[in-house]
Write a protein that binds this ligand. Sequence first.
Ligand code: ADP
Length: 577
Amino acid sequence: MSDRGTQSAGTRTGRRLGRVGAVLLLVAALAAVFAPLLAAHDPSAPSGAPYQPPSLSFPLGTDDIGHDLFAQLVYGARISLTIGVASAVLATAIGLAVAVVAGYFRGRVEGPLMRLVDLTLAFPFFVLVIVLAAFFGRSLLITVGVISAVLWAKPARVLYSDVVKVREFQHVTAARAMGASPLRVLGRHVIPRLAPLAVSQFVRTANVAVFLESALAFLGLGDPTNVSWGSMLFFANARSAFLTDVWLWWIVPPGLALTAVLVGFAFLGYAIEERADPRLSGRRARPGPRRRDAGSTAAEPATPQATGTVLEVRELTVRYRSEAHATEAVAGVSMAVAPGRIVGLVGESGSGKSTLALALLGLLRPPAEVLGGRIMLGGRDLRTLRGPEGARIRGREIALVPQGAMSALNPAYTVQRQVTEAAALTRPDAAAAAVRARELLEQVGIARDRHGAFPHELSGGMRQRVLIAMAVANEPRVIVADEPATGLDVVTQARIMKLLLDLRERLGVSVVLISHDLPLVARTADELLVMQAGRIVETGPPEAVAREPQHPHTRALLTASAGIRAASPAPRPVRGR
Ligand code: ADP
């Protein structure tokens, strides 16, 4: 698939962008540090005749009262960068402290703290910063304070999610169980794990902080005693630089310098984020060699990955037994799902896809019976897990996006309440579950004003998104999405597929994507398994399977889809067993 290429180039691009960003910031930092050596004049005092054109002594000329514009530019780097970096340090430190207190110690503070985070995030930050700056007055320290007071919430929210996750890691639980003090657990296990994410948050925050400092200075709300790029633009604008040619030296250089620093932080932030979260890069390793398995009941696990396998099914056989006869709905199926991969499982109706999905979650009920095989998730055989132990896995380790978005949601409750209930599985604190639910709904693209809606008030695509939000509510390692796009129009189908791809990118979750629509799955999955009459009959990279189907059943599925797409009057039926 074409996006596979872009993805692997994406990591290389990430590194390249990171280097460009670092160079841009280094140049600005050197200018700031060596400003007294680079500039021949005092930036704050007139040192030449007004409106001088660029010369050796005044490389960018002078303004209307004779200030050296080059001196202002290099000294301006000091203020812009100092305020940007200091505000980002303070905001990230506050964010980290809030994340640790709320996410690690939890208890009574978690709800109120996270509500404060949400409240701060909900405010339009630019308006808030202007109001605070206008209220508190103008000095460097106040600018830093105001900017960090507005920007701490984003790092707090991002780091909080990680603290909650890291807290439940087995080694962290073990350290706690062995009686390690909270400070020791935090210092040795939790904070070191957060460090890369904290650094990427710092860079992102620095980016916004530099922008906010310039914006405040441009609005005349900065420290009047110090020259920054924003204040250069403020004076240029206030003193009508545009009426003369001098705007070229007065406005363009600080504008470019500001752009370069903002781009520098953005590029560096992107590269660091990619490094901080290995799930964001290199996950879409090329699939293994393609293999055709025409009708064998014992397909080997599909393309095991160097990254390991999160879910592995071996020789699974499920039968429905009724008085009249027995149907082997799943007959010796084997498959493997690597971390962060999307495995598409396609087949005609009745081929056993839903039975396999239910088996993966341990949800089969009589008359279904599992005759043999293993379902390994994280080293445990799900088939042998019973009762509460099995229930612990569902939702937390593997979750289902069930078929039929309308029937899977309770019509009597708002979607917010249903997602909150899902999130409450791992969050005993009701407020934290509600906060997480709102966050999840936003992540899947349901606007805040729709959170209180009942299922029937939403479109089919939105209901499907709600189900996906519920499935990822407790950060499972695998989600099994059973026909998540069936019955939706093509545009909505594409959006749902994109959402699954986004979630995989952001959460590193693996997806078993079940559908009868081969072309749709082929566009999304990393690997395709074609199922017929309970068996995997063909496996391989989606583009290859779609281009050169080897098995007659795959060809029939493709022809049927093509027929439907082209509104052919007589699409060829797909034959079953
Ligand atoms: P798919 O999801 O691919 O449409 P299913 O897993 O629903 O396929 O069905 C596979 C086979 O199992 C079909 O032959 C179907 O008739 C049979 N089957 C499914 N559910 C039951 C059931 N509750 N009782 C008896 N047979 C069933």
